[in-house]
Design a protein around this ligand. Structure first.
Ligand SMILES: *[C@@H]1O[C@H](CO)[C@@H](O)[C@H](O)[C@H]1NC(C)=O
Ligand SMILES: *[C@@H]1O[C@H](CO)[C@@H](O)[C@H](O)[C@H]1NC(C)=O
Length: 338
C-alpha cells in the first residue's frame, strides 16, 4: 500500500529552496541531510535516491554492511564490519545504489583508502561500534549521492521520534533480500536507554547479558515483528528534525530481529562527535535544534506489555514463541551477511 510520490515540480521547488537555505546557512561543505523526495509511508522498498547517503559496503565483492556518506570522502559505518584480520584492500563502497542487482549509471564505486575503527570497540556488544572510512578519492554529490548531517555532541533526539532505518540486509533472520534487492526502509520510534535496558531484561538469559551501553540508542517496537534486521549493520538510523536528516544512530546489534521486547540497538553518533572531528577536521557535527520535549516512555516496559512478559509461562507451543526460539542461533549476532 505504498504511496509513491514522484519528484513533481512542487517538490523540485522545495528542494531548490532547501538547497539554497542550506548553502546560505552553512556554506557549501556543510550541506547535508536534505530531503529530496517525500517519504513512502507503510512501504518496505524505498524509492531510488530516497536515502542518498546510504552506501553498500562489500568485502570480496559481497555486500556485508551498510554505511552513511557524511562528506565527499568519508563514510561512517560500524566497527564490527571491519574485523582486524580483514584487509582494507578487499572492501569497496558503492554509492548512489538502489537495487543492488541492477546496473545503474547513478552508482559510483570507490575503494577504501583508510579504515579508522574506534579503539574502544572490542567485541559484539561493546562500546565504540563505529568506524570512519576514507574513500580513495572524493565523490561528486548528485541527486542520488548526498551526505547526511552529523549531530553535535549535545544533540538529543526525543523518545518517540519517528526515525527510519534503511539497508539491504536480511528481511527476516536468515531470509535474505530477494533479487533485484531494492533498498529497504522501516520507520522506527526512538526508545529511551532506560526503557530499552528494562526491555532487554525481560526473559533475559543470564549467560548472554545484553547491556545497553552509554553510547547506544534504541529504536523499534516492543511488540516485535518489525525490526532493523531489515537494515544492515553499519547503516543509518536517519532522524528528521526541522527539515534536515541527522545520522542519530548506526545499526549495531539486536537480539533476534523482530522478537518482542528486543528493539534494535544503534551506536549513538552524537557520542562520537568529538572523535569524528578529531580524525576528520573538516567534518563539522551540526547542532540539532531542540523542537520536541522527550516524553517519559517507561510505560513501554512496565505495564503495557505484560502479555509479552508472561508469555513463556503460557506454554512453549504457541506459534509466536517459536519465532524467538528458532532464532536463538542469531542471538546477539551483529546484523551483517556473510
Ligand atoms: C548545543 O551547543 C550549542 C553551541 O555549541 C548551543 O547553541 C545549543 O543550544 C546546545 N544545545 C543544547 C540542547 O544544549
Ligand atoms: C510516529 O508515527 C506514529 C504512526 O505513524 C504516530 O502515531 C506517532 O504520533 C508518531 N510520533 C511522533 C512523535 O510524531
Amino acid at each position: 500500500m505504498a504511496q509513491r510520490a514522484g519528484l513533481g515540480p512542487g517538490q523540485l521547488e522545495v528542494w531548490a529552496i532547501l538547497l539554497f537555505l542550506g548553502l546560505f546557512q552553512s556554506g557549501m561543505a556543510a550541506r547535508c541531510g536534505i530531503i529530496i523526495q517525500a517519504r513512502i509511508t507503510g512501504g518496505n522498498s524505498a524509492n531510488p535516491s530516497q536515502w542518498p547517503w546510504q552506501v553498500s559496503i562489500t568485502y570480496d565483492g559481497v555486500h556485508v554492511c551498510g554505511g552513511s556518506l557524511v562528506s565527499e570522502q568519508w563514510v561512517l559505518s560500524a566497527a564490527h564490519c571491519f574485523p582486524r584480520e580483514h584487509y582494507k584492500e578487499d572492501y569497496e563502497v558503492k554509492l548512489g545504489a538502489h537495487q543492488l542487482d541492477t546496473f545503474s549509471s547513478d552508482t559510483v564505486v570507490r575503494t577504501v583508502a583508510e579504515v579508522i575503527s574506534h579503539p574502544s570497540y572490542r567485541q559484539e556488544g561493546s562500546q565504540g561500534d563505529i568506524a570512519l572510512l576514507r574513500l580513495n578519492s572524493p565523490i561528486t554529490f548528485s541527486r542520488s549521492i548526498q551526505p547526511i548531517c552529523l549531530p553535535a555532541a549535545n544533540a538529543s533526539f526525543p523518545n518517540g521520534l519517528n526515525c527510519t532505518v534503511t539497508g539491504w540486509g536480511h528481511v527476516a533472520p536468515s531470509v535474505s533480500l530477494q533479487s533485484p534487492r531494492p533498498l529497504q526502509q522501516l520507520e522506527v520510534p526512538l526508545i529511551s536507554r532506560e526503557t530499552c535496558s528494562c526491555l532487554y531484561n525481560i526473559n533475559a538469559k543470564p549467560a548472554e547479558p545484553h547491556t545497553i551501553q552509554q553510547d547506544m540508542l534504541c529504536a523499534g517496537y516492543v511488540k516485535g515483528g518489525k525490526d532493523a534486521c531489515q537494515g544492515d549493520s553499519g547503516g543509518p538510523l536517519s532522524c528528521p528534525v526541522e527539515g534536515l536528516w541527522y545520522l542519530a544512530g548506526i545499526v549495531s546489534w539486536g537480539d533476534a530481529c523482530g522478537a518482542p521486547n528486543r528493539p534494535g540497538v544503534y551506536t549513538m553518533t552524537s557520542s562520537y562527535a568529538s572523535w569524528i572531528h578529531h580524525h576528520v577536521a573538516e567534518l563539522q557535527p551540526r547542532v540539532v535544534p531542540q523542537t520536541l520535549e522527550s516524553q517519559p516512555d517507561s510505560h513501554l516496559c512496565n505495564k503495557g506489555n505484560l502479555a509479552f512478559n508472561s508469555a513463556p509461562a503460557q506454554g512453549l507451543l504457541r506459534p509466536n514463541l517459536l519465532l524467538p526460539l528458532a532464532l536463538s542461533l542469531v542471538l546477539f549476532c551483529p546484523w551483517h551477511e556473510h
